[in-house]
Design a protein around this ligand. Structure first.
Ligand code: CTP
Length: 890
């Protein structure tokens, strides 16, 4: 196990360096020390859940093999847990910017340099390796960089630190947040003005917002008033401040706001000043400072926006548990619902709250069977539906609580979590990066009727309109959902239509079959049904086609009893049905009820992710619950040219060790889908880079040699299949194509091939008899191939040797031969022709000619194939003559 650690009383550079080191060592666990400095504590009070931090007691230190120390080089300053570390066999990596000391650990790798901040050196590596970071991570790293360099004024600051800052700005670091967590010492003269401003300050309350207004007069000019306005906010904790300073015959007016609710610009603009909503300034010649203060006070109510209150941001219909629930059951429910805490309710009464950390603690002590009441927090900090966002933030910081029950007349009506707060402060980007603590978000809605009309086959489109009308009659809401919606938005054709109804899916499917014809197969347990159209539907309705298949399900919530298990099912709303899904791009629906036909419902910003080409999970446990989603993520990456966002990739890496718990059949199905698409080689490389193969195949799988072989395999498959444009059967380039040729198993065999037991190991992944046959043929063909040289031989003769072997096996064995390049041309030509032999001669024809049926039929047909391949026959007219001579020869 790898861990990233920093010093006790960790400061912002330590925290930033932990986050940065995680980018370089994605498998490592980020461990915060037991003691944390006060500013970092305040930061974590809001942002803790945005990262997957561990505390020392959650780590089994005996299992640690690699310790990455950041902002510290001395073991003793890490904390008591170092005693539990194994004495030998540990690799130590140190990144530090402090003066080296003789008691420092002798590191095996890393970097110790006297620069402004440790995070700088880590960032240089992140940049050099082109590792993506989110704007939020950039912000956290910038806070570390700014605070350890005193905003680049401390003497130890180097040009490298400034370059690192510039890089962070490019990555979207948010300076407003950086500023709110960093500090700068004041000059003495500034300090004097600050004192005067504090003395003259008045605080005015407008709709729960505290706005400070103050003034100062002096003869000589002094710069840096902006810093003073910020200081004033820091010192007083007000939400906004206006300072009016008269000096050098001018009046300077500075406005600062730390909340979205106050826009200082309108007031400043009225004095011909400029800036933006949070920071603006103006200067007035010969003005009167007290008169201006008066004017500003009068204008204040007009610049305060209505409050965001708990009611608008809470998750309602809160899942609660009883005090007697065991720790174990509570933990299962957290996994099931993807929550990070539960209120505990006795009767109607809220009696406590329990967080995931409390449960971890109890489990750690072997108390899984104990009731939660022994571990819950009883000092409840509750809020009301009208508590403002600002008050909520203050409470979170003051009490260091992560979630607050919302009480209305002693009734629990909702819950507000850290995630809700972060979402409101920073928008969706951060919200999806953090764990979604509930389902309170509002969907993006737009109409896609035109896109549907254009991209969906006419018959299916009219059928969907009719299905929508049918749903109206039943009073059900009906939607198309998942892959088809994603493809519609991207502009791909997809006739694989999944329908979800808020109502009884099976009943609905049966009604459709009654109305339109066709058959229904249902699975009561899952509330799902498949409705297939048949020839009667076509006879019945002009807008129906034979062979259409619709999967119809009841909107449901799935949960997982344990990681990598198959899901258990509960009936629920559309929103919950979408929330259980793998990625935001697959979690959109389009309503098909008549009045709402074409309405896109996008709760989790799938559209935005499609536009940004991002694969993003909906909740942090997504890969833990279903590790096959890691393979799906890579499949969608390759198919659409998208990439997992940083957080999703991190979650995927953290869940790799869950892959072995998944059955081979499920893995095989995913690999089959992956290899059947257009970019199997790139997918294999990507999976190698993520380290996925280590958990499916074992070491060495992504060696250059193996990748070379896979590339050759793809090359031959492509030539053989693409050239046969007339042959409808071979066509694997579209993701929606049939399964007839099982090239996927060849790709898998290529990966396993260097292993002594490759055949047995690949056999475990076979999905049907065709896969088994391909492997058997590979084995047999390998044994005889050695002695064959096909270069100078006619295609007919080659056919005699190879006709009984499957195309897939021949291609696979061909790519293994050492003189592959010499042989390839002939074999490829053979395969291209073999799969395209026209049926100029058939059993029927032989019968017409009066030949008695028997084994002779297949013999003659085989001879025909050889003759065709040799070019002895090329059209129907030559058949009779050839047939006569063939029969004569017998
Ligand atoms: N799904 C999921 N987790 C999985 C598999 C599927 O959440 N491990 C969800 C996704 O929302 C997906 C839907 O189930 O959109 C249907 O799955 P499937 O038909 O396998 O995928 P599609 O998204 O339709 O992709 P494809 O285009 O490859 O068929």
């Amino acid at each position: 196990m790898q861990v990233i650690v920093s010093h006790i009383n960790i400061d912002f550079d330590g925290l930033a360096s932990i986050v940065a080191a995680k980018k370089l060592y994605p498998k490592a666990k980020m461990v915060l020390p037991d003691k944390i400095s006060i500013p970092v504590q305040q930061f974590l009070a809001i942002y803790r859940d945005s990262f997957e931090f561990y505390v020392p007691r959650q780590i089994d230190w005996k299992l640690v093999t690699h310790v990455i120390m950041v902002d510290i080089a001395n073991l003793e300053r890490l904390g008591a847990f170092t005693k539990e570390l194994p004495k030998e066999g540990i690799h130590y990596t140190v990144y530090d910017h402090h003066q080296p000391h003789e008691t420092d650990i002798k590191a095996d790798s890393g970097n110790v340099e006297l620069i402004g901040a440790t995070v700088t050196m880590l960032l240089e590596q992140i940049e050099a390796n082109k590792i993506p970071i989110t704007s939020f991570e950039a912000t956290v790293m910038a806070i570390g960089l700014y605070s350890d360099t005193g905003s680049f004024t401390y003497l130890g600051t180097t040009a490298r630190d400034m370059k690192a800052a510039s890089y962070l700005m490019e990555q979207g670091a948010n300076l407003a947040i950086v500023a709110s967590y960093t500090d700068r010492p004041l000059l003495q003269e500034q300090q004097q003005i600050l004192n005067s401003l504090l003395l003259n300050a008045t605080e005015i309350q407008v709709q729960g917002i505290e706005i400070l207004i103050s003034w100062h007069r002096q003869k000589d000019y002094l710069g840096g008033l902006a810093i003073l306005a910020r200081k004033l906010l820091d010192v007083t904790g007000s939400h906004a401040a206006f300072i009016v300073v008269e000096m050098a015959k001018k009046v300077f007016i500075i406005g600062r706001s730390s909340t979205e609710r106050v826009d200082v610009l309108p007031i400043i603009s009225s004095y011909d000043g400029g800036g933006h909503s949070k920071a603006a300034s103006a200067s007035v010649k010969h003005g009167d400072c007290l008169e201006i203060v008066k004017q500003i006070k009068e204008a204040l109510p007009s610049i305060v926006r209505a409050a965001v209150v708990a009611r608008g941001m809470m998750t309602s219909a809160v899942k609660t548990i009883a005090p007697e629930t065991t720790i174990e059951d509570a933990a299962k429910m957290m996994l099931r619902y993807g929550h990070t805490g539960f209120p505990i309710v006795k009767g109607e009464q809220l009696v406590g709250i329990i967080s995931r950390r409390d449960l971890d603690k109890a489990t750690h002590h072997g108390l899984g069977h104990a009731p939660v009441k022994g571990f819950m927090s009883k000092d409840l900090v509750t809020i009301t539906p009208d508590t403002t966002l600002e008050e909520i933030q203050n409470i979170m910081i003051e009490h260091n609580v992560g979630r607050m029950p919302v009480m209305d007349n002693n009734q629990l009506v909702g819950i507000v979590s850290r995630t809700d707060v972060v979402e409101f402060l920073h928008g969706k980007d951060v919200q999806t990066n953090a764990e979604i603590d509930g389902l309170g978000n509002k969907p993006i809605v737009m109409n896609l009727m035109d896109a549907m009309n254009k991209n969906i086959d006419d018959i299916i489109y009219s059928l969907l309109r009719n299905i929508g009308e049918k749903a109206d009659k039943l009073g059900f809401k009906a939607y198309i959902i998942g892959g088809v919606v994603r493809d519609l938005v991207i502009g791909f054709k997809n006739e694989d239509i999944d329908i979800v109804v808020e109502g009884d899916g099976i009943q609905f499917a049966q009604m459709l079959a009654e109305e339109f014809g066709g058959s229904v197969r249902s699975h009561e347990k899952f509330g799902t049904a498949t409705w297939k159209t048949d020839e009667f539907c076509v006879a019945n309705k002009s807008y129906c086609r034979e062979g259409l298949k619709f999967d119809i399900t009841t909107a449901r919530r799935e949960y997982y009893d344990y990681p990598a298990a198959l899901p258990t099912v509960e009936r629920s709303s559309l929103k919950e049905d979408l929330y259980r899904r793998d990625f935001t791009i697959n979690a959109m629906a389009i309503q098909i009820n008549d009045s709402e036909f074409g309405k896109l419902i996008d709760y989790f910003h799938g559209i935005k992710d499609i536009n940004n080409k991002k694969i993003r999970v909906l909740y942090n446990l997504s890969f833990v619950e279903d590790p096959t989603r890691i393979l799906r993520a890579v499949r969608f990456e390759q198919r659409f040219g998208f990439l997992m966002d940083g957080h999703t990739q991190e979650l995927a890496l953290n869940s790799l060790d869950k892959i072995p718990a998944v059955s081979e059949v499920r893995i095989a199905n995913e690999l089959k889908n992956l290899f059947q698409e257009q970019h199997p080689v790139e997918a294999i490389e990507r999976l190698a880079a993520l380290g996925v193969w280590d958990y499916i195949i074992g070491d060495g799988v992504a060696s250059l040699e193996v990748l070379e072989r896979v590339k050759e395999l793809k090359g031959v498959i492509k030539i053989v299949t693409n050239k046969n444009v007339n042959n409808q059967d071979i066509h694997i380039t579209s993701p929606y194509d049939n399964d007839k040729y099982r090239f996927w198993i060849c790709y898998l065999a290529s990966l396993f091939y260097d292993n002594d037991q490759w055949l047995e190991r690949v056999q475990r992944f076979t999905l049907n008899n065709d896969d088994v046959e391909v492997l058997n043929h590979i084995q047999k063909l390998e044994a005889i191939w050695q002695d064959k040289i096909f270069m100078q031989t006619s295609l007919g003769v080659i056919h005699r040797e190879l006709y009984q072997f499957r195309v897939e096996a021949i291609i696979f064995v061909l790519t293994l031969t050492s003189d592959y390049r010499q042989q390839a041309k002939t074999i490829i030509e053979y395969l291209q022709k073999r799969v395209a032999i026209p049926a100029l001669l058939t059993g029927k024809k032989l019968k017409e000619l009066g030949i008695k049926p028997g084994p002779i039929y297949s013999e003659i047909l085989f001879e025909y194939e050889c003759a065709y391949l040799n070019g002895e026959i090329s059209n129907k007219d030559q058949i009779n003559y050839w047939l006569q001579s063939c029969i004569d020869d017998r």
